[in-house]
Design a protein around this ligand. Structure first.
Ligand code: URA
Length: 210
């Protein structure tokens, strides 16, 4: 697994406002979008491109275009939805699939309660969006789901990560092609499974407590 933790004052500034408990939902949503766009710049460093020839007003030259097969962006419901606009702003030709993950209250294992994804992901670059990498349970299950559909190249973007979650994903994926991009690596998880210092419940802060 490759891990990239952002190290940029713009990202740290936006994260500071995001963490602040006084930041209201509309600002929280806007900042989440902006942060994802900045993280997407790093996360798409290895996005597949094809060479193209174009004419400028002056001459003919070669460039690249993000081509087929289109990258697939997969927000994990519910909080991952808050990251979608920021991602497709930078990757407008991407397709979007959806994964709903929840913890089974009996087995405590993450289960998939909703999915809308192509059956065959063998040639697709997948970008998973999940704001909080806490224990790694739901992100790990989402990554396994994509690999089970044939994916071979998965990048996960998280706003914050805990060392416990990073270690769990690292152990789970082994030497498979997984890239993890974090806005910041925080200190730890608390006894309730919240990231410390964190930002609280990302889904609630984006969408309220329904
Ligand atoms: N999910 C959240 O929304 N926040 C945390 O701190 C951990 C998991």
């Amino acid at each position: 697994m490759r891990l990239h933790v952002a190290d940029h004052p713009l990202i740290t500034h936006k994260l500071t406002v995001l963490r602040d408990e006084r930041t209201p939902s509309p600002v929280f949503r806007q900042l989440t979008e902006e942060l994802v766009t900045l993280l997407a710049y790093e996360a798409t460093r290895s996005v597949h491109v094809s060479p193209v020839e174009i004419r400028t007003p002056v001459t003919t030259t070669t460039g690249v275009r993000i081509g087929e097969p289109r990258p697939l962006v997969v927000p994990i419901l519910r909080a991952g939805l808050g990251m979608l606009e920021g991602m497709v702003k930078l990757l407008p030709t991407a397709e979007v699939g959806f994964l709903g993950m929840a913890r089974n209250e009996v087995t405590l294992e993450p289960t998939t309660y909703a999915e809308r994804l192509p059956e065959d992901l063998s040639d697709r670059q997948c970008f998973v969006l999940d704001p909080m990498l806490a224990t790694g349970g739901s992100l790990g299950a989402a990554i396994e789901f994509l690999f089970a559909r044939g994916a071979q190249d998965v990048t996960a973007i998280c706003i914050l990560g805990a060392p416990e979650g990073v270690a769990a994903i690292e152990k789970q994926v082994g030497d498979r092609e997984v890239h993890l991009v974090l806005g910041a690596l925080d200190e730890r998880l608390n006894e309730k499974g919240y990231i410390v210092p964190g930002l609280g419940d990302a889904g609630d802060r984006l969408y309220g407590t329904v």
